[in-house]
Design a protein around this ligand. Sequence first.
Ligand code: SF4
Length: 508
Amino acid sequence: MKIAQRPRVIIRDCRTYDVQKIRQIIREGLDELGLEPSGRTLIKPNCVASGDMFSNAYTRPEFLEGVILGLKDRDRGKVSEMAVGERCGITIPTRLAFEGAGYYPVFERTGIKHYHFEEVPQVEIRYTHAKRLRDYVFTPEPVAKADFFVNCPKFKSHPWTTITFSMKNYIGIQDDRHRLIDHDHRLDEKLADLQYIIQPQFIAIDAITAGEGRMLTPIPFPLGLVIMGNNQVAFDSVCASIIGLDPLTIPHVKLAHERGFGPTDPAAIDVSGDVTLDEAKARAKGFKVGLIRVEKYFEGSHITAYAGPPPETELTDYCWGGCPGALEEAIEILRLYDKECDEKLPRMHIVFGAYDGPIDAKPGEKVIFIGDCAKFSGRANNELISVESIYKHRSTKDPYHAKHDDIFAKMVSVTAKLTASRNESHFRLGGCPVSVAEQVLTLVTLGKLKNPYLAPDQIVEFNKAYFGWRGAQLANRLRGQKYQVHGPSARGEAAPEMPEPASPPAAE
Ligand code: SF4
């Protein structure tokens, strides 16, 4: 694995989603960086969610097409396969996300392959670096085998990790089973670990219309930029500085930097392009990031949220990567699908972590403990409540045995749980993390809200995509392709030489 010796970031002006203009910018960027695609060239967009409801959440199809065409323009006959691959937000079929994003016509026009990462064999990658969360993880085979990896994210805020630029886009290089492991208060470490799977040769971010405030339902922010680079840490650092953030305050960027993946210091990064860094900063003035604690987020609503620390309190007093942020995303999705969502929801109290303050629940108001680590002992609803933590240490979770939770199975289990506890003043929703989908379903049931998974205008497409996905998985299983073990790399190379912490980056 090679890390670019002198990281470069190119900032270009681009006010519209004009495919040919984007193509030209990408071609010129590749030229300036001295890059030509080769071998198995894989492009990873951010397509976490798509369609009209999530119109600012994903890398736009015009941008993706411009990137593909720009790469093709720079192909000197060395490309053996060019493909796009992604795992969108969990429980939703990537087929549905690609359909909603308008990607399939792009694949057809450009004649390139595509992979739904949850439908392909998963390859084991061994970690050997210091301070890793675990010794092995899984990634889709096309990622493990890519020779020229192009990261093509969307410029957005994120409620769990402050920003989602290049490094955070890696959450989509794992399928559902493996993505949720360590997606908790140590999410930033997970993201830093994922950097050892692969490093992109080229990064191009869709910052034409950026997304502020949130991740799934961001507010559009016209930034008018295409930003390109050859080093992920340097790239994210420059993007962070554009919105006025010190990159060293963003934990996953800081961690990757400390592990030698690239510099955050502006003096170590060459910045060029037809927009200066200062001009880019001026355009981004007022851009809102989304790091808001859950108690604050729900102020003034029918939900009162309480958050105590997650386990491993020495690391953090708040679970930024898990259940609380998922509740924030869940309510925003429901607000889109049901305009009366906030009025319909009954007064309720939602508790995360080991909370030891007062819970101001009146008789009849439910108290919901979300997550395995939720813990409380005290009065609520005029009764004494004692809830113990059932959190299991991450070492008990083996990626080999990680299970996929089907959305229809989730609907059944959440409904059963709520039915069983309908006469109870409090109940726990277990899991670590409890996903956005489960929290959506819980609020849907409690508030009798419109269920986004059963939205009449999407149910046919959803079912088509869902059964296509499950059919592909079944075919894989019949071929015995659930998992493949390829050791540290499936590219047929020796184990990647990753930098030791604090060592200088390896030369390209
Ligand atoms: S149960 Fe939820 S809040 Fe607790 S550590 Fe896990 S992800 Fe975080």
